[in-house]
Design a protein around this ligand. Sequence first.
Ligand code: SF4
Length: 332
Amino acid sequence: MSGSGILLDVKGLRVSFSTPRGKVRAVSDASFSVRRGEVTGIVGESGSGKSVSAYAVLGLLAGNGRVEAGSAVFCGRDLLALGEKELRSVRGNEISMVFQDPMTALDPLFTVGSFLTEVLRSHSPQTGRKEAWKKSVEMLSVMGIRDPEDVMRRCPDSLSGGMCQRVMIAAALLCDPQLLIADEPTTALDVTIQEEILSLIQKLKEERGMSVLFITHDLGVVARLCDRVSVMYGGFVMESCSVDQVYSGAVHPYTKALLSAIPRLDDRGEEPLAALEGEPIDPVHLPEGCVFAPRCRYCFEDCLKTRPETFDLGDGHSAACHLLKKGGKADV
Ligand code: SF4
């Protein structure tokens, strides 16, 4: 997919890690994009490659990680081809990231005020201390924090998890980035706080036109927040489409399995949720054919021999499954 509305366009990303067990193929083929003013979700189980893809794009892989192929074009530049200095300037100034556990991301010895003003001044050294304080207070207000001056003077250990995540999102937005990458930002929080953080991101999108790449294992969260979604499994993108399409016309067996596991509003708890049987694949020993084959109820001979190509289904919808070659789809 291409077009002027696309802010980040990732194509053919391949990432591996050297480990004592051998080469871990964390991401084998990931293509996804984020359009301006939209929220794109990347959804998948743990180990699907969704977070590694984001870390790779930002040059934040661990020392044993390597980008083997692909491109990640952001505002006309391929981030994967930039040097560390240029990438550091992109991170924080143009793209910010929010992580899963806000408590560990904040230093308990520093007040929120000293943390936020330092974040702002490190990216914009010409900003004076008073101005940095004022901007930080304003950003905490945007985050829905009622007494921001008080929060500025407190240390993280006196704040709730939800409050800490608001502080982290404030830090991420202080430099007015064009893209926010949020890696499971609500997973470590309880359900009520999760909802508050999702509402906050929704509000930031609507009021500030913010573009977001939202990484999650929860398709229910995608429905709540995202415009488009890419579903990952075993380091491959299985299906990409709009959120409406995922609910009205998902074609990939893995997407359908994820959908069937979402509790419905009219679910009275009488029917057990359909669980996905089998174990996730071992990324050191990827199967020859489709990586989802060992868990797929539609698996047939071709699936065990060759990797499915990605079929363009039109209207921004694509999926990688041999069933599509037959002109069929997985009817669950
Ligand atoms: Fe299932 Fe085959 Fe499609 Fe893979 S390619 S998801 S194994 S039907």
